[in-house]
Write a protein that binds this ligand. Structure first.
Ligand code: DAH
Length: 347
């Protein structure tokens, strides 16, 4: 038979053991492991004590059970408090170690920006899209037929000399003008037609204002009763958004095989307002694009009834627009990808 007094001492010894070692615990995890040694339902020291129940006289059983349960309750509370305390300390240590100095100057990320030609192309596309134009992107390799013949430039026509062409074969060539896209559009779509066609074009040409590869945007409108006034109205809307609200246009007679009549379009100088300056070479006007009323022969080449329908077309160089807009004097600066130049142009 076990003596109740001895068992009570054993309970007190277990409590003391807990108190003696609790100070060594540093983490919530440590508390958990240590606690198991006393409260684990099978192996815990306090749980084990209950097994002594069968060795003590009946009259002491109730008291012993009460004492063990009280000790268990005490231990549960003790470990809970200790756990809360250690968790708080752990959190505090974590906050300390992860502290950041929000007054420290941040590392400045280097932002890229769009190339000026892409920016101009996007701006022009948006302006024309807002006027109801669709976008057609043609191909850079074209046939002689689409680039010249269907645009009313027969084989021996002197107009072919206006553009020095890179031929890939007698039939295939690198398109010299986005005008080739007009034919594809008119062949595949019935009027009303309203498209712009941006893209790269190629010519054997190389100086301060010309590059063998450059970008154009073609515009084409075909419907009943379209005339030169519609052309100028649309172009006015466009130049005012690109060069400023005060900008106006002036049409001068010109020649293109695919338009009749053909015009060169000048804009009033947006730098001097038309008074005359270096940019407009004292004239008050700057040439920006070629345009005209679509030649009846071109409509008919595409199977469009030229008695019923008429149209206007225009073609502009995106590099030229970018050079004017950003004050760039050499086209090469747009192709060299020198970041010192490109970083200055951010629209
Ligand atoms: N294709 C001409 C060129 O590259 C530009 C042009 C002029 C396009 C008049 C047109 C136009 O559509 O009507 O020089």
């Amino acid at each position: 038979m076990q003596d109740l007094r001895e068992l009570n001492e054993a309970i007190a010894a277990i409590k003391q053991e807990i108190l003696d070692h609790a100070g060594e615990l540093e983490s919530s995890r440590g508390v958990y492991e240590f606690k198991k040694g006393f409260l684990d339902s099978k192996k815990g020291k306090l749980s084990q004590l209950m097994k002594e129940m069968r060795n003590i006289p009946n009259e002491s059983k109730a008291e012993f059970g009460k004492n063990v349960n009280a000790a268990k309750e005490w231990a549960v509370n003790f470990f809970e408090e200790l756990d809360t305390k250690l968790k708080a300390e752990e959190l505090k240590r974590r906050y300390e170690s992860e502290k950041i100095d929000i007054t420290m100057p941040a590392v400045q990320p280097k932002y890229g920006n769009l190339h000026p030609i892409t920016t101009v192309r996007n701006q022009l596309t948006e302006i024309f899209a807002s006027m109801g134009f669709e976008v057609y992107e043609g191909t850079e390799i074209e046939t002689d037929f689409y680039n010249f013949t269907a645009l009313n430039t027969p084989q021996d026509h002197p107009a072919r000399d206006m553009q020095d062409t890179f031929y890939l074969s007698p039939e295939f060539l690198l398109r010299t003008q986005t005008s080739a896209g007009q034919i594809h559009v008119m062949q595949s779509k019935k009027p009303p037609i309203k498209v712009v066609s941006p893209g790269k074009v190629f010519r054997s040409d190389d100086d301060a204002t010309h590059s063998p590869m450059f970008s154009q945007m073609e515009g084409l409108v075909v419907d009943e009763g379209i005339n030169l006034c519609d052309l100028q109205g649309s172009l006015n809307m466009f130049v005012q958004q690109i060069f400023g609200e005060q900008t106006t246009t002036r049409l001068r007679p010109s020649y293109f095989p695919f338009t009749e009549p053909s015009v060169e379009v000048d804009v009033s100088c947006f730098q001097c307002g038309g008074k005359g300056c270096k940019l407009c070479k004292g004239t008050g006007w700057i040439e920006v694009l070629g345009a005209g009323v679509v030649n009846k022969k071109v409509l008919e080449n595409c199977g469009i009834d030229s008695e019923k329908y008429s149209g206007f077309a225009f073609g502009l160089g995106l590099e030229r627009i970018a050079m004017l807009k950003y004050g760039i004097n050499n086209i090469k600066l747009l192709f060299e990808s020198d970041l010192r130049v490109l970083d200055q142009i951010d629209d």
